[in-house]
Design a protein around this ligand. Structure first.
Ligand code: C2E
Ligand code: MG
Ligand code: MG
Ligand code: MG
Length: 288
C-alpha cells in the first residue's frame, strides 16, 4: 500500500505538481500509514469576540506527530495528500475527530462550534459531499467548515451546491483567507457563508501599513452588507486588536489570543475564560 502511494506521488510529480521533492514523495508514502496508525492530531485555535473577548468557537488545525521527524505542520503534508489522492481519507478522519472532540467538549460544559478546514480539491466532489453529509447528519455536534474562495472558482456550480447541502444540515460555512487568493464578488454573493475570515496578510502589519487598514475596513463593511460576521486571522498585537475593534470586526483569532494548542490546553483556556467571565459578573453585581 505504501508502494502504491509512492507511485501516485511520483505520478503527481511527473504531472508537474509542486509536491515532488524526494522528501515529499517519502512523506506521501508514509501518510497512508500515519492515518491508520493515528499519528495525525488536531490542534485547536480559539476565535474570540473582539469586544467581549469571549471564546466563540475554535478552528481545528491538523498536525502530524511523526515518530522520527517530530511535529510536521500541515503546509508540509496537505499538498502531498492532495497530490497523492489521500486528501479525502484525511479530511473524513479530520471531520470524525472534530465531531468526537466537539461532543467531548460539550460534555465538559463547553459547547462551542468546531471549524474544520476543507481542501478545495474536494469541494466540487459530489460523492465526497454525500459521504460528509452521512457523517455529519448522524450527529448533532456543532460544526463549521472553512473553505477558500479559490476552491469555489475551480468548479463553482458543484461547489456552491455542496456548500448549500452542508449549510442545510447545520454546518456553519466560513470563507477562509479572504483577499489572498482569487476573489470574485459574484461568488461571494452566492455562497451560503455566515463568516468571512480576512487573510492574515492584511492583519499582521495592520497598524504599520497605510493601505491595509483601508482594505480591512472596506472588507468588514462589505461582509456586514452581505449579512456575514467578520473574523480577522493573524492578530498578533494589542494595537491590531484595538484597531479591528474600532472598525467593527466581529471576531479575532491569532497568536495574541492563543496559538493552536492540543485539545486539553483548549479546555484549560476555556475554563480560564469561564472563570474570568464569572468573576467579572460578580464584580458587576457587587457594584450594582
Ligand atoms: P488557515 O486555515 O488559514 O490557518 C491559519 C494558519 O495561520 C495556521 O497555520 C495558524 O497556525 C496560523 N496562525 C494563527 N494565528 C496566527 C498569527 O497570529 N500569526 C501568524 N503568523 N500565523 C497565525 P497552520 O496550522 O500551519 O495551517 C496552515 C494551513 O494548513 C491552514 O491555513 C489550512 O489551509 C491548512 N490546514 C490546516 N489544517 C488542515 C486540515 O485539517 N485540513 C486541510 N485540508 N487543511 C488544513
Ligand atoms: Mg457565531
Ligand atoms: Mg482556516
Ligand atoms: Mg486562513
Amino acid at each position: 500500500q505504501a508502494e502504491a502511494a509512492l507511485d501516485r506521488a511520483r505520478g503527481a510529480n511527473a504531472a508537474g505538481d509542486p509536491p515532488g521533492t524526494p522528501d515529499a514523495i517519502a512523506l506521501g508514502a508514509e501518510l497512508a500509514r500515519a492515518i491508520d496508525e493515528n499519528e495525525l492530531v488536531l490542534f485547536y485555535q480559539p476565535k474570540v469576540h473582539a469586544r467581549r473577548q469571549e471564546i466563540d468557537s475554535a478552528e481545528a488545525l491538523i498536525r502530524w506527530q511523526h515518530p522520527v521527524r517530530g511535529l510536521i505542520p500541515p503546509g508540509d503534508f496537505i499538498p502531498v495528500a492532495e497530490a497523492g489522492d489521500l486528501i479525502d481519507r484525511l479530511t473524513l478522519w479530520t471531520i470524525e475527530r472534530a465531531i468526537a472532540d466537539q461532543l467531548a467538549l460539550r460534555a465538559m460544559g463547553h459547547d462551542l462550534r468546531i471549524f474544520v478546514n476543507i481542501s478545495g480539491r474536494l469541494l466540487g466532489d459530489t460523492l465526497f459531499a454525500a459521504r460528509v453529509c452521512d457523517i455529519v447528519g448522524a450527529t448533532d455536534a456543532k460544526l463549521g467548515f472553512e473553505v477558500t474562495e479559490t476552491s469555489v472558482i475551480r468548479d463553482p456550480a458543484s461547489a456552491i451546491a455542496n456548500l448549500q447541502r452542508f449549510a442545510d444540515i447545520g454546518v456553519c460555512i466560513a470563507i477562509d483567507d479572504y483577499g489572498a487568493g482569487l476573489s470574485s464578488l459574484a461568488y461571494l454573493k452566492q455562497l451560503p457563508a455566515r463568516e468571512l475570515k480576512i487573510d492574515k496578510l492584511f492583519i499582521t502589519q495592520l497598524t504599520s501599513s497605510n493601505r491595509d487598514p483601508l482594505i480591512v475596513r472596506s472588507t468588514i463593511d462589505l461582509a456586514h452588507a452581505l449579512d456575514m460576521e467578520v473574523v480577522a486571522e493573524g492578530v498578533e498585537t494589542h494595537a491590531a486588536l484595538a484597531l479591528l475593534t474600532v472598525m467593527g470586526c466581529d471576531m479575532v483569532q491569532g497568536f495574541l489570543i492563543s496559538r493552536p494548542v492540543p485539545r486539553d490546553a483548549l479546555v484549560a483556556f476555556l475554563r480560564e475564560d469561564g472563570n474570568r467571565r464569572a468573576s467579572m459578573e460578580t464584580r458587576l453585581s457587587f457594584s450594582r
